[in-house]
Design a protein around this ligand. Sequence first.
Ligand code: ATP
Ligand code: MG
Ligand code: MG
Length: 611
Amino acid sequence: KNDDDAGTTAKEEASVDSKTFKGPITTRFPPEPNGYLHLGHAKAVSFNFAVARAFSAGGGRCHMRLDDTNPSKESEEYVNSILEDVRWIQRGLDGFDDDNEQKMGENAGPWYGNVRKTSDYFELIYDAAVMLIKRGEAYVDELTAEEMREYRGTLTEGGKESPWRDRSVEDNLKLFEEMRNGAYPEGKYVLRAKISMSSPNLNLRDPVIYRIKHESHQATGDAWCIYPMYDFSHPIADAVEGITHSLCTLEFEDHRPLYDWVAERCLEAGLVEGQPRQIEFSRLNLKYTVLSKRKLIKLVEDKHVTGWDDPRMPTLSGVRRRGIPPAAIRLFCERMGISKSDSNIDFTIMEDCAREVLDDESPRAFAILDPLKITIQNWDDSQLEDFAVTRHPKRNDLGDRTVPFGKTVYIERSDFFDLEGPEGSANGGKAPKGFKRLLPDGKVRLKYAYVIQCNEVLRDPSTNEPSEIVCTYFPETRAGVTPEGEARVAGIIQWVEASTAQKCTVMQYDRLFKTEEPGKETGDFIDDINPDSLKVLHSVVIEPSVASNALDLLKSIEESSTAVNEESEKIYHSSLTYQFERSGYYALDSSSTDKNLVFNRIVTLRDTWAP
Ligand code: ATP
Ligand code: MG
Ligand code: MG
C-alpha cells in the first residue's frame, strides 16, 4: 500500500457509520452477462476471493452474482460462458459452497455452488423505487433522452430541473405502476431519483433509476418491462446479500455517493439489514490487446478472430483454448497485486507465469516443426529400438514414455547447417561461431539415443535445398555414453522416428495487435490489428506417445459429452499440454480430430539449451 491508498482508506473508514454490516467479510463477483469474461475479470475474481479467503476463519465468503439488469445486451450464452469460466479459473483449488458447510481451506476456490442474480431481486428493487417515490425522492420524468442530456448540464455548469420534477407522489406512484404494467412504450417515461440538479457530481443530478424495455429477459422472461439501472440495482443487490465490501473498478469512484445514497435509504426503510461499502481498485490493462467487452464483441462479430475462444483473444475462453492453465492466471493476478493506480501490464508477465506453471505440469516430448529426413546407413532396415525415457526431468511421478528409434528419423531443418546454402542466407555459407548442431562433415547427438555423423547431403534438384541427410550412427554412444578417449559431442538435438511419427498441425500465435495501446494513434483499434498474428504449420511430426495421449483424450471428451453425469468436470482439449523440447509449450486444440491433431503454441521457451 502506498500513502495515497492509506489516505483513501482512512477517509473511507471515517465515512463508515454504525450501519455497515457487521457480519462476516463478504464480497461478490458481479459480471454482467453481456459478453465473455476476459483477463481483467480474472483480476476481479481473484481479488474478491482473496479478500474472502483472508477472512475465511471468520466465515468470509464470496458470492457469484450475475448482474443481469439489461435484457437487450444479455443472453444465456453469456451466462453459461461466465459460469464455465469462473469454475475453470478455480480448477485445482478446493471449492466451497456458501450455502453448505464451508470448505474454505488454504486452497479454497472463490466460489462454488450457488449462483445469484440481480434479477432475483427485481421485486425488492421495485419496492425500493416505490419507497423513494413515497419519500418524495423519485419522480417519473418524460423529458426525451436528448432533453435530459441538455438539462443535465456539464462539469462547469449546473443542471436544470425537469418540469416534471414536482409531480405529486400519487401521480408518480400511479405512473410508475402503469410503467410496470406495460402501459407505455419505451422511452415515454423514466423514473429518476430526486437528488440535486446543482450537484458538482454529475451522477447525482437526478439519475435515471428505471427505464421501460419491452424485451424478454434471459432469466425473467416477460415478467418485467421496466428494468433498474446499474447505479440503483447494485447497492440494493449488495445490501440484500450482506456484502460488506463491494469491490469495483476505479471508474465507479464518482458513483459512490449515489451508491451510498441508495443504500442508506433502503436501510432506513427496513428493506435491508445493513449497509454495504463500495471500494475501488484499478482496472487491469494489457499492452498489445484490448480488454473491453465492446471491443472484444467487435473483433468477434466482424470476424477478425475465429470466435470468443480464439487463442489470440484475451478472453478466459481464449487463453484456456490456447492452453494457459488456470493456475498461471491465478499466479498472474497475484503478481500484479491490487492498487488504485492505473497500470498497463505487459503480456509477457502473463507468459512468464504460464511458463512457470507449465514447466512443472507439462510432460516433455519431441516434435519436429520443420522436418528434415535423416537416413542412417548402418542401421538394420527392419529394426526399431525402443527407448524408455522420462516424461519430466523433475517429476518422477509422471513416469516414462517410449520413444522408438529407427533407420529414418526427422530432425529440425534448422538443426542442420547447410554450408552449401546460398551465401549470406540464414542457413548457408559459414556456420556461425559456436554452432554445435549438425554440419555436413560433423556429428550431433540425438537426445536419449545415439551420436550420428553426416556423410552425404542429398538435394532437391529444383531448389537445391537439402532433402535428406545420409548418416552413420555409433552403437557405442547409446543413451548418452561417450566412449573412452573420444571427445564428447556437444550438440544434442530432438528427433522423431519416421515410421512411427504422427503428422499434425501446429498453430503459432503472435500478438493480436501491432501497437501497445491499440487505436491510440490511429483512432480505431481495428486499424492496429497485427495481420501476422497466426502462422499455421502443416508438416509437423510428433512422437507416437503424444499422438496416443491426444487420441485417448479425444475419446474421453467424446465419451464425457454423451455421458449423463453432470457432476463431473468438463474435460478440455487444452488440458493436454507438452513442452516440445527446445521449442515451447503446446496444448491440444479443440479443433483436433483423430484424423488431424492440432496443437497450439502456448508460449515459446526461454531458449535455455540451444544452440
Ligand atoms: P467491460 O468494461 O469490459 O465492459 P465491465 O466492467 O462492464 O467490463 P462487468 O461484467 O460489469 O464488466 O465486470 C464484472 C466485474 O469485473 C466488475 O466488478 C468490474 O469492475 C470487474 N472488471 C471488469 N473489467 C476489469 C478490468 N479490466 N480489470 C479489473 N476488473 C475488471
Ligand atoms: Mg459493468
Ligand atoms: Mg460494460
